[in-house]
Design a protein. Structure first.
Length: 305
């Protein structure tokens, strides 16, 4: 059997067969590397029911093709937290994986504000929302910061487009200039009043994004939570730190929790079936980590469903 036909058959098993028997091994020993080095250009259906175009040389699109989901623990957290009528703020929305998921969760009377500065990713996001008739998604083409200016974004690795960053890497594949604005200026008071979750994934710019959000915090509901990807290495390059980001949000009543996020594709089949809740963060992370900030003070943030 040709390798491409074998990959299609094994992907169908990993994606659709019940249980997890052998799936981690198939992904780890063959599928992930094959789909990376022999890219498939197709349209895939996500677990949310939406269809999106994918090219499997890119890690996010490859995982969407293989599993129908990106970052299953975060996806499960959003499904648990968001209810009809809520607002979800997606900062660094990229091509819309979480915006599409949240659009279903908040329903036709809820709202999703998808903030993405990169023009191509923004266009991909808007096209996915239109193609799937997700009329409750509003897109904003801007970077979130603490100032209004123009910023250069760098693509280091075309096989990981999600790692587009404002911190110049050693090797630059492509650049683009984008507008920036304080996050509090990009979200309306009406949206803030109904916001349940703000997700911030800005590849090293999280300290500035949080500073730009601070004026808006008093207008959030009491149960609003933040999910922030913390990247200590990139923060340090700018004279920032994970501990300072955590301390800033602590001062405003938010407790940090670690949300496990493995980029090991072999972990996905089991994680999708049994997602893990956020647990209390006791020390600032040294590696890239997703943190949930909540006014709830507990050992872990339980998932209700």
């Amino acid at each position: 059997m040709p390798a491409s036909a074998l990959a299609r058959a094994l992907r169908a098993y990993v994606r659709h067969a019940p249980g997890t028997l052998g799936k981690a091994q198939l992904v780890d020993r063959f599928l992930d590397d094959h789909l990376r080095t022999h890219p498939v250009h197709t349209t895939t259906r996500l677990l949310s029911g939406d269809t999106v175009p994918v090219t499997t040389s890119d890690v996010i699109q490859r995982f969407q093709y293989l599993f129908g989901e990106w970052e299953p623990n975060l996806s499960a957290f959003l499904r648990d937290r968001l209810r009809p009528g809520d607002t979800f703020i997606d900062v660094g929305a990229h091509r819309g994986a979480f915006s599409l998921l949240a659009s279903h969760a908040v329903g036709p009377h809820g709202r999703v504000v998808a903030i993405e500065p990169h023009p191509q990713f923004h266009d991909d996001l808007a096209a996915a929302a239109a193609a799937n008739r997700r009329t409750n998604i509003r897109t904003v083409r801007s970077a979130a910061s603490d100032t209004t200016c123009v910023l250069t974004l760098y693509v280091e690795d075309p096989s990981n487009l999600g790692h587009t960053t404002a911190v110049r890497p050693r090797h630059v594949h492509a650049t683009v200039e984008v507008p920036t604005a304080p996050l509090a200026d990009l979200i309306s008071r009406a949206d803030l009043a109904t916001t349940r979750v703000i997700k911030i994934d800005v590849e090293g710019a999280e300290a500035a994004a949080i500073r730009g959000l601070l004026p808006a915090l008093p207008y959030l509901r009491a149960d609003a939570e933040l999910v922030v990807e913390i990247t200590p290495r990139l923060l340090a390059k700018q004279g920032e730190s994970a501990s300072a980001v955590i301390a800033t949000l602590r001062e405003h009543g938010f407790h940090p929790y670690t949300l496990t996020n493995s980029y090991d594709p072999a972990a996905y089949p089991r994680t999708i079936r049994r997602p893990q809740p956020p647990i209390r963060c006791t020390t600032p992370p040294k590696d890239m980590t997703d943190l949930v900030f909540s006014r709830t003070n507990a050992a872990r943030l339980m998932l209700a469903r």
